[in-house]
Design a protein around this ligand. Structure first.
Ligand code: PLP
Length: 398
């Protein structure tokens, strides 16, 4: 009932795919030996550099974010290498697990589920590493499970202050084209992203950007033939032939999405839109949360919140009921809580997330928030009035 009509997928990836991106892929397969593919790859590579704010190389893989995680590490990590992971949620721990599986000695500094990375603590740990055995520091820019956003430039400054040569590796899978990021400005050595979040394209492409320090470090590792980023970042043979069949349709879709971001709306306008939409979401929950037992934003400090996703906690385990009601009765699907409770723990039902990265505008978010208010009423979640008015005020604001 009331769910028919265009659905709204408000999970933090895959995100809403613009019709234009879908249509760009709606084509017969091309001759992969013709010149079109090389020109397409050339454009996509230039645009991927621009969207990540870097002059450096980017390797494109046919895979999801996990493939990007593994690709970055496979090029840098030899068995027994020491890595330091600064974790602020499920995705930091997930990347650490991949590194362990690849044979690294992984140390995790866990900043919990409601705080950002404290760069001073990382600097302190690096300063104590007198032999400078730690090869890299791994951090997630926006951890999609907690919706915290980490300050990568501050982390870089901490590495430098400690006088430590470790590389800085950043997972920008959720944050790219949603939260401000400039790889070169932040001093990030390796950035990882994927196609299906801020880049508005179906899942299936992973990207690894790497700077000169990382390129030099690559010589110690043996990434194997598929993950090796050296040929993948090379024009000529590779951009024409892709070491196998190119992901032709995903590339067409991605090229369209990047044109929308970089040449039509413009990256700074895209980021400003994400900031405004995120503030509308926060304003709604801050008003609703004034009621005893009302919904609470997971990250208290607005300066530490991602613009891509918002994690919310309820006092009672009603999140799953709310999500089900919204999908069945309103055509809006929210994200599940992730990493906030152990698997199987009923406490997991207290959490949910709203994805607002990519192709999301004011009416989509106001519609989503309106449906959430109806759902909270239907399911019996306490909330104070005024959430929608507060969101509308943010949208209307100068
Ligand atoms: C989505 C996501 C991943 C995992 O990406 P997959 O494509 O699901 O493998 C990793 N890190 C972050 C921050 C993410 O948001």
């Amino acid at each position: 009932m009331l769910a028919a009509g265009r659905p709204m997928l408000a999970i933090p990836g895959p995100s809403v795919i613009p019709d234009r991106v879908l249509n760009a892929m709606h084509r017969a397969a091309p001759d992969i030996y013709g010149p079109e593919l090389e020109a397409l790859t050339r454009q996509v590579v230039a645009d991927l550099r621009a969207v990540a704010g870097t002059r450096h190389d980017v390797a494109i893989y046919i895979g999801n974010g996990h493939a990007g995680w593994e690709a970055a590490l496979a090029n840098l990590v030899a068995r027994g290498d020491r890595l330091l992971v600064a974790a602020t949620g499920r995705f930091g721990h997930g990347w650490a697990e991949i590194a362990r599986r690849l044979g690294a000695e992984v140390e995790v500094i866990d900043f919990g589920l409601r705080a950002a990375i404290d760069p001073d603590r990382v600097a302190g740990r690096l300063a104590a590493d007198r032999g400078q055995a730690i090869r890299a520091v791994l951090a997630v820019h926006a951890d999609t499970s907690t919706s915290v956003r980490n300050d990568l430039a501050a982390l870089r400054a901490a590495l430098d202050a400690a006088g430590h040569p470790a590389l800085l590796l950043a997972d920008c899978i959720a944050s790219l084209a949603a939260d401000p990021f400039g790889m070169d400005a932040c001093g990030v050595d390796v950035a990882v992203a994927a196609s299906q979040k801020g880049l508005m394209t179906p899942p299936g492409l992973a990207f690894v950007w790497f700077g000169p320090k990382a390129a030099a470090a690559r010589r110690r590792a043996d990434p194997g033939p598929y993950w090796d980023w050296v040929p993948r970042a090379s024009p000529g043979e590779f951009w024409q032939y892709w070491n196998g069949t190119a992901p032709t349709h995903l590339l067409w879709g991605l090229a369209e999405a990047l044109a929308m971001i970089l040449r039509e709306e413009g990256l700074s306008a895209v980021l400003a839109r994400h900031a405004r939409i995120a503030r509308a979401v926060w304003a709604a929950f801050e008003a609703w949360g004034q009621a005893p037992g009302g919904p609470v934003l997971n990250i208290a400090d607005p300066a530490l919140r991602s613009h891509a996703v918002t994690a919310v906690s309820l006092a009672a385990p009603q999140g799953t009921a709310l999500r089900t009601w919204l999908t069945d009765r309103a055509g809006v699907t929210l994200g599940i809580g992730l990493g906030m409770a152990a698997p199987g723990d009923p406490d997991g039902h207290r959490h949910f997330r709203i994805g607002h990265m990519g192709h999301v505008n004011a009416h989509m978010i106001l519609g989503t928030l309106g449906a959430v208010e109806a759902g909270m009423r239907a399911v019996g979640i306490p909330f104070a009035p005024g959430g929608l008015a507060a969101a509308a005020e943010v949208v209307a604001g100068a």
